[in-house]
Each structure stands twice: as C-alpha cells, then as structure tokens.
Design a protein around this ligand. Sequence first.
Ligand code: SF4
Ligand code: SF4
Length: 367
Amino acid sequence: MSDLRERIEAAHVKLERLTQEVCGACTQNCCHQGTMMGSQGLRRLYKGILMDPQFGERLRRGLSLRREEVEQDLQVAERVAHLLRASLSTEEDTKGLEELELRLRDMREFVEYMGSDYPLTAEGMSRLLLYSAVRSNLLRCLRQFPGGEAALATLSQGRSSFKFRGRKIAPPRCIFHHECCLAEAWKPIKCANFFCTSDPNLLARCRAEMSFDEFVLANVRLTNSECLVRLVELENELGKAYWEPKIIIGPESGWEQFTEKIIGMVTSNRQAQVRREPGRFMKATRELLDEISTLQEDQCVIYTCASIDGAALYELAVAMERARSADWHGGLFVLCRELAERSFMPHPMWDDEMISQPLGGLEIYLL
Ligand code: SF4
Ligand code: SF4
C-alpha cells in the first residue's frame, strides 16, 4: 500500500505540474470567464470548512484580498459616474444617471458585504454568487452612455478588472479566484473536472504525458479512517442536501471492521440498501442508473466489493453526474478492499477528445 501511496503522490505532483504549465500559458483561463460556483458548490465549500477550519481561514483571507480588487472596480466606476454627472444634462441622460446610481449602490453594497463578517456557511456565502450579475448590470448601464466603457478602461489604468478583450470589456474573474482557486479541494464538481476548451489544452497534455491509470491515481485523495468517519458523520448531521457519492478504498488492515462501521453509521441515520459484490466492481453507467432508479426516495445505496479499477470509476463518475443532473441526492458509497491499478482497458472517454474528464468530481478516498 505504501508503494501505491507513493504512486498517487507522484501522480498528484505530475498533474499539478502540467496544470501549472498549461493553465499558465492559456490565454482564456477558465476561472477568468465567470464562475462555476453555485449553491451545491457552496455546500461543498461549507463541508470543507467544517472538516478543516484552517481551510476556512485561508478562504476568508483570500476573499478579503479579492474584495480589494472589487473595490478598485467600484472606485473606477464611481469616477466615471462623476464625470458623466458633470457633463450630461438632457432629460434622457438624467434617467440613465438615476439607473446608474442604483447599479453603483448595488456594487457598493456588494463590496460592503464582502468586507463584513458574513458567516462562512452555504447560506452566509450565497450573496457572493451575485457578483457577476451586479458587475454586468453596472457595465450594461455604463454602456448606454457614449464612451462610458472606454472611460472605465482608461481610468482603471490596468488596475481594475475593466479591460478590453477584443471590442468588449472582459468578463469578470470568478469571485473565488485570487491567484488560484480559493475553494482548493472543495471546488465545484464542474471545476474539479476542469472543463477545458483552450489551446493549449490541459486535457490533451494530460493524455500526452500520463497513462490512463496514472490520471486515475492523480484523482485519488489520500486520507485516513478518522477523517473519513468524520466526513460521513458530518454528512449525516447536515442532511440530504450535503450527501455526495464516495468511493472508499481500504484500509489495508481491518477492512471488514471499517466497512461494517461505515455501513452502521449510514444505516443508523439514513434509509440504505447494502449490496455486496463478491469480486471487482464492474457496473456500467446504465446499470448503475437503473439500480438507483429502483431505490425509494431518500434511500442510499452502499456497495462493498473486492476491488475497483479506473474504467469502473469513470462509469461511476458519469452515472453520478447524470443522477445529479436528475436531482438525485447522491447517497452512494462504494467500499472497496483495494484499487486495481491496471484497468482492463482505458475508459473510452479518456481518448475521446472530450473537453472534460469526469473523475475530478468523484470523491475517491484511499485510506
Ligand atoms: S483548464 Fe484549460 S481553459 Fe482552464 S486555464 Fe487550464 S488550459 Fe485554460
Ligand atoms: S470555483 Fe475555483 S476553479 Fe471554479 S471557476 Fe471559481 S476559481 Fe475557478
């Protein structure tokens, strides 16, 4: 098992290096095109904060630095508004200026909120999701005045986010981005699957420099039994909206006892079906979705098996993505004695020039 841990760590390092090289060279950085964070993403973040309070502190510090950037935008917009007030006088202009006051007020309130001591809960952070709308309403309003957009870009002197990309002001960066993603390992599922459409392309580079099984290892999280127990307890306490599928591999010694412990924890809190697979877990996406469709509402499913390989993890990840988009609660566990490091063959999605790979969104833990 220690060899496997080393291979997993090496795969993490390699993926991290490729990400830095490729994402550093990409001119249409995905986090610079808005945000993929939504309410489900905020729930993941909150769970991460409860699991690791230091992560909460890092997040708070990062968001406070991000607030300074948004405040710069506000200051530039205020200066443009000041110039417009001084130079416009017709009735139509006055109406436009009234709307501009409202849009500036929204932005001011947003900056105040970011500077306040808002709770780092899913509910407490929900106003952050309004950032794109607040900024784009302000821009739309300024665009109504001839030269409004150009004045923004000129007065910002490169210090605010108001920069032209082509003939339009560039979209805003994700509010959870400050030098890197502030959500760390708890980023939204779509981001964890790093949806990539650029050239150079991160996924193409991964395919060129990593084998399929190595890429799978790069998506396995190393943890210990105590953390995993805490995570299951937490999801039990927080309720259905916080459940997420989990693939748990190991521990090497005492696997049966640990597996029974997890089964006991889940079944004492939720309705669950336990299905014991004698050998390797090999269910296809369709089969998994069919099995999920036979569960009662709010019922979870727990599989136990001897092993699982990368291709089966892909099938699971795709099934979970589809189930989630059909609003299924995500209460699924696969408890495996070991990871089969060699898949019978790479999953077809690996070579399929897909713009995303589904594994990042699946919580795969090796104990
Ligand atoms: S994931 Fe793709 S689109 Fe996003 S920054 Fe990296 S290379 Fe660019
Ligand atoms: S949540 Fe993180 S990875 Fe996703 S768009 Fe925002 S900064 Fe980027």
